[in-house]
Design a protein around this ligand. Sequence first.
Ligand code: UD1
Ligand code: CA
Length: 490
Amino acid sequence: MSTTDQGRVAAVVIMAAGAGTRMKSATAKVLHPLAGRSMLSYAVDAAGALEPEHLVVVVGHQREQVEAHLAEIAPQVLTAVQEQLRGTGDAVRSGLAGLDQLTGQVVVTSGDVPLLTGETLRGLVEVHRGEGNAVTVLTTIAPDPTGYGRVVREGGEVVRIVEQRDATPAEQAITEINAGIYVFDAPVLQAGIANLSDANAQGELYLTDVIGFARSLGRRVGGSVLADSMQAEGVNDRIQLAALNAELNRRILFRWMAEGVTVIDPATTWVHDSVDLAPDVTLLPGTSLEGATSIAGGAVIGPDTTLVDVEVDEGAHVVRSHATLAVIGPNAQVGPFSYLRPGTRLGVKGKIGAFVECKNADIGDGAKVPHLTYCGDATVGAGANIGAGTIFANYDGVTKSHTTIGKASFIGSDTVLVAPVEVADGAYVAAGSTVTAPVGPGELAVARAAQRNIGGWVARKRAGTTTAAAAEAALRVANAESIESQEDSQ
Ligand code: UD1
Ligand code: CA
């Protein structure tokens, strides 16, 4: 029987009101990111895969932050406020308070279980329907079950879940634990949560006590064991956050490797969930790909490169560089040690080299900015060459201005281009120039003081130094040679 055979589930309730004290953070626990997006966004996605009639997130602690985040990432999701954190039973009661009498099933999950997939939830709903349960609990076998609720079974059925603090030593020895994810028959859940008591070690209203209620009605409670136990792991502190982030990253990389991407060192390669990679991309160690980054086939990224919202086309190489909101053309080369800021576009076979910073710069096909340059607010024509140490002086302290360099033009080393200024197609600028006026096609601009040599200066002003001695020796040789050549010509 499939999920669709019996229609959509009535509701998914995502519990996310808890205080998250162990995170020690000004940011709500469920808003901490893994692979580039919030823990809560994964829970919302997994729940959304069920296409429930209602999707409710229960908020409480730091709820303004959580509500604002949900409004941004999932405006269709309902929120329900749990005024006092009286336990998971109270959380679900709060979640359902705004909904009418429900029929069918209600799925309950947590906002802090980021690896759980929609597929696992669909499977749990199928088990629930297939076994005709009133409650189905997702469980796993934990090598160290400390802190979790233990699943007590009799003849295969789940009879009860007992919390760590309420458990007898025999119960504490049980390694099957409650993942905190459930499917309930809606009427049983609605009646059950109205009947909860806080007579337990924590003085809380335990959602798990609905199990006893269901059994008192003569209904069956099942437990479905999840083999992939990482999917059931929750985040309570930053150590677990790091561990699950690494596991999620590993899963993302495994998915890309299966699609034909080479990852030399998965342990030091970080790829956000939102990134798109083509077959035959190679990622070298220390690479971090974030946001809306996409890499086309044959491109090689790294080592030690961070790309945020960057598009890299076929066959490009990006070595030891940092780029944000840039487009790197087919077979282009970037790095090592390049800094590409927003609005950088590099054409086909273009080059941005060592210690070059670009911003708002359109660098044409085959154009080269190979060394030690700041290239801001610029258009560089196809095939142009920008000499080492060139500075595009785009800012006068008040406004930013644009520089245009024409096709196949040549800018000599150590040039300052004072914007706004234009160098036409096929022009040259002499090394060391400060260009403040336009340069026409085919012209050579020389904008620097003419060279003047003052003879005998070292002997007069630096007498007695090693420099003066070297000059004297060189002059002696030069004189002797000129006498010889005079004799030869006689
Ligand atoms: C609960 C289960 C336990 C299970 C564990 C799995 C109960 C009584 N116990 O433990 O069997 O092994 O989850 O992680 O249900 N929350 C609220 N409001 C509250 C309390 C909790 O929204 O008043 C939310 C939390 O934000 C979290 C989730 O419910 O997302 C679980 O809460 P947590 O305190 O971590 O779980 P326990 O109650 O310790
Ligand atoms: Ca608790």
